[in-house]
Design a protein around this ligand. Structure first.
Ligand SMILES: NC(=O)c1ccc[n+]([C@@H]2O[C@H](COP(=O)([O-])OP(=O)(O)OC[C@H]3O[C@@H](n4cnc5c(N)ncnc54)[C@H](O)[C@@H]3O)[C@@H](O)[C@H]2O)c1
Length: 269
């Protein structure tokens, strides 16, 4: 399979670039910026996702896409619109035109950030985005379903928690995703036979999880990271969130950002 990785210069893309080549030797990297540490063995094509003609050229001859490219935190409407809404539309539309068979979409926990930490949710619970960024991920998931059912592209949306070497604070003990486990999820999205459209949570085997990830397990996911191994170290160093909105909701500071709601109405388990 010839696989395209968008967002290859970013934090997650840089990690995946180290693990994907043995699995997918025919790997094409893309981003707005050239990765600083690009090796001569790597194939890189610069493209702006918000420009359909560039994306059309980029996806020619591609079998499967891991779509990480975009604005990865809260931003102005114009920024989110161009990078994530138009960018993701262009990606799926170009994929359809080029006959791409699979797309793995990097969704986010911020598509469901406004659930209390005291609640366990699965992928049947309603979307509750906590930011314009989270709304763009909800849009990407919806777009993925449309392209899957209407245009025969197998789509896996991964609601990524937080990718890193280890969980960095108490919140991330619940949502941490080891890079190797993200690779396993990508492989399900690109290779699992019969996959039409699925949404899973991108987390490792975390004892303090807020998410029921049984659908991922049914699809064959076997996470190897255990955030609890880092719990003592993390909790000793972590300062509790000062803001009551950030402390209450799964989306943490993304929920508190620009919050003008009524705490008495929303702070209910
Ligand atoms: N890092 C995490 O733990 C995490 C958690 C949840 C979701 N995600 C999602 O995973 C993906 C990767 O996250 P990351 O942390 O590596 O983000 P990042 O910001 O480090 O990387 C994103 C990359 O996308 C590129 N990009 C932005 N706009 C573009 C455009 N118009 N055209 C082409 N490329 C563009 C940027 O140049 C950047 O290199 C993002 O979609 C993010 O929303 C990440």
């Amino acid at each position: 399979m010839r696989i395209l990785l968008t967002g290859a210069a970013g934090g997650v893309g840089t990690r995946l670039r180290k693990l994907l080549p043995p699995i997918y030797p025919d790997l094409v990297l893309s981003d707005l910026k050239t990765p600083a540490d690009l090796a001569s063995s790597e194939e890189f094509i610069r493209a702006d996702l918000s420009d359909l003609s560039q994306v059309k050229t980029l996806v020619e001859g591609i079998d499967g896409i891991i779509h990480l490219g975009g604005f990865s935190v809260e931003g102005s409407w114009e920024t989110i619109l161009n990078a994530n809404i138009i960018g993701t539309y262009n990606l799926f539309e170009a994929a359809r035109l080029a006959g791409v068979k699979r797309v793995v979409f990097a969704s986010s926990n911020h598509a469901v950030g406004f659930y209390p930490r005291s609640t366990t949710i699965d992928t049947h619970d309603l979307l509750r985005p906590d930011t314009r960024y989270g709304v763009s991920k909800a849009f990407g998931e919806a777009l993925g379903a449309m392209y899957a059912y209407k245009h025969n592209i197998g789509v896996l949306a991964i609601r990524i928690g937080n990718v890193g070497e280890k969980p960095l604070d108490e919140r991330r003990l619940a949502i941490w995703l080891k890079t190797e486990d993200l690779v396993s999820l990508c492989r399900i999205g690109l290779e699992r036979e019969g996959l039409i459209y699925e949404v899973v949570y991108g987390m490792s085997d975390n004892k303090r999880a807020w998410w029921d990830n049984s659908r991922a397990l049914e699809l064959g996911y076997r996470p190897t990271g255990h955030s609890e191994n880092y719990a003592d170290e993390v909790l000793a160093a972590d300062a509790p969130a000062g803001d009551p909105i950030a402390a209450f909701f799964q989306g943490g500071p993304f929920c508190a950002d620009e919050f003008t709601g009524d705490p008495a109405t929303v702070l209910k388990p």
